[in-house]
Design a protein around this ligand. Structure first.
Ligand SMILES: Nc1ncnc2c1ncn2[C@@H]1O[C@H](COP(=O)(O)OP(=O)(O)OP(=O)(O)O)[C@@H](O)[C@H]1O
Length: 287
């Protein structure tokens, strides 16, 4: 078996929102980021994986078991950190750990203690009395140490302060060293995606508009500062032009075009991931 999870041809309608068809395969040793505008269906996709919402069409498997089938053994193979948890407010971190840890045979208590210390989480305080950022940290400290092959994180760092984000990213990268684990995360934080993700699945209005290997995606967008007159014709892969700056998603073809047309540029610089994601999402909207 060389996949931890698979979503095939999944579709789900909620009121006037339609998600899908979605196809995703998650392999061990990979971090996948679900990226998209607000309301594009990222959290719904994680809920489908957790069987918290049932697809109208298609199949979803974790460890080759259908998540809505009679065999629920897949539940020990996955941990899920939702954006908000219900029912934890009256309990302290210590009590929550006593509830959760026995459910996971590979629970790593030393990792839990390490995360509590790293994030300065008061484990004797009730969850409902903690700030949003500390609630998020405790939620993660109760998720990652479950040590399941698959971890689903729904915007894990959205309320965290900057140093904590860095600590968390380093910790996740270490945790992935094992090689047999996989993470699927939703995020609006391009720095987190840049540092962690191997693959990006880009959603817009419930549709999967593209799946990308992160380094390939970054390598395929380039911005040029042109010398002299700007070309009258659009250059291959042209996405935007502003003053002397041209952006293309086909750098090789663009440079061949520059040569053929005696055009020169003073510099060529890769785009940062945030700009690439914005272009991917606006490109589609304008079509
Ligand atoms: N329980 C629900 N009842 C009604 N509509 C819902 C429910 N859950 C999700 N939706 C709708 O499904 C759509 C997708 O929502 P979802 O939370 O999956 O988006 P998202 O991409 O995670 O957004 P965000 O980036 O804002 O977290 C939205 O239009 C939302 O209103």
């Amino acid at each position: 078996m060389n996949r931890i999870a698979e979503i095939s041809q999944a579709e789900k309608t909620i009121d006037d929102f339609h998600l899908g068809p979605i196809n995703i395969e998650i392999k061990p040793g990979t971090i996948t980021a679900l990226v998209g505008n607000n309301g594009s269906g990222k959290s719904t996709l994680l809920k489908l994986l957790m069987n918290l919402a049932k697809p109208d069409k298609g199949n979803i498997r974790i460890s080759e078991k259908l998540v809505f089938g009679p065999d629920e053994s897949w539940k020990t193979q996955v941990s899920y950190q939702p954006q908000t948890v219900i029912g934890w407010n009256a309990f302290t971190g210590n009590t929550l750990k006593e509830f959760i840890s026995p459910l996971y045979p590979d629970w790593d208590d030393s990792l839990f203690t390490k995360m509590a210390k790293l994030f300065d989480i008061p484990l004797n305080k009730r969850f409902g009395k903690l700030s949003q950022g500390v609630q998020q940290k405790l939620n993660l400290a109760l998720t990652v140490p479950r040590n399941t092959p698959l971890v689903l994180l729904d915007e894990p760092t959205s309320f965290m302060d900057i140093p904590s984000k860095k600590h968390f990213i380093d910790l996740l990268a270490d945790w992935m060293d094992d090689g047999n684990r996989a993470i699927v995360m939703t995020s609006h934080q391009s720095a987190d995606i840049m540092k962690l993700a191997d693959y990006l699945y880009v959603l817009q209005g419930g549709k999967m508009i593209g799946t990308y290997e992160k380094d390939e995606l970054i390598g395929s967008y380039l911005q040029y500062w042109m010398k002299g007159e700007m070309p009258a014709l659009p250059i291959p892969g042209e996405l935007s032009r502003e003053h002397q700056r041209l952006i293309t998603c086909s750098p090789e073809a663009a440079e061949a075009f520059f040569q053929e047309n005696d055009l020169t540029f003073t510099s060529a610089v890769p785009l940062d991931l945030e700009e690439i994601i914005s272009l991917l999402l606006t490109e589609r909207k304008e079509r």
